[in-house]
Write a protein of this length. Structure first.
Length: 230
């Protein structure tokens, strides 16, 4: 039987910078990403052996990436070198990071805070940059081969029937898309309360200025609420 095992060749790390997927250069090492096993000892006085139950998943372990350091380019943009890209990031902000596994046909997306350091210097060795991501969200696993996805808007939901149209947005998979202001016309006596991934309002809810990670095609339905301002 021929093995289906794959190497790590081609793996990439990117960050969403101003809505654009921007890659770090020459990544050398990628850490484990996923759920850390957490268990609680539930052994009681009549147990024949230790008994455990699964506890709340922990995705918060620091993720340490190693990449080749490259000279900082004065006046260069985020693609000029890893140091130029890091300079563009706000040290006090969280970002969407994307890890690509081409040989496994997988992409992992997560939101996290970050920090970096320069690697140690040694004789006859290249310099490294160490990027550490502190996850704020669980990683989202999706298919690498899907290149683009579409976000569209529907004025009709179980809460009411609005009119008008809003332009759909087609973006690269795993792009974080801000929810735009509505240009739809609400039913008489109503206004837009929120958007929802289900017409019955029982799905994921979004407000204007929220953002959605486009790991698949989404339709957002307008959820209309009574206008009590008059």
């Amino acid at each position: 039987m021929t093995t289906k095992a794959q190497t790590a060749k081609g793996m990439k790390l990117a960050v969403m910078l101003d809505g654009v997927k921007t890659y770090f250069n020459e990544v050398k090492a990628v850490p484990e990403i996923g759920e850390s096993p957490v268990k609680v000892d539930a052994t009681h006085l009549t147990s024949d052996s230790h008994e455990y139950i699964k506890d709340i998943p922990d995705y918060s372990a620091d993720l340490v990436f190693t990449m080749n350091a490259q000279p900082y380019v004065h006046g260069g943009d985020a693609t000029a070198s890893n140091l130029n890209l890091i300079e563009q990031l706000d040290k006090n902000a969280a970002y969407t990071f994307i890890v690509e596994y081409p040989t496994l046909n997988q992409i992992v997306t997560l939101v996290g805070d970050w920090s970096y350091s320069m690697g140690a210097g040694n004789v006859s060795a290249v310099m490294d940059v160490i990027l550490t991501i502190i996850p704020r969200t669980a990683p989202v696993f999706s298919e690498y081969g899907v290149n683009s996805v579409t976000l569209s808007f529907d004025p009709v939901s179980e809460s009411g029937t609005g009119t008008g149209t809003m332009a759909a947005q087609t973006v690269a998979v795993n792009t974080r898309v801000p929810i735009p202001a509505s240009t739809l016309t609400p039913p008489e006596g109503y206004l837009l309360g929120s958007w929802n991934t289900q017409a019955d309002g029982e799905g994921q809810s979004y407000n204007i200025n929220d953002s959605i990670i486009m790991d698949q095609d989404y339709i957002l339905y307008a959820i209309w609420v009574l206008d009590n301002s008059s």
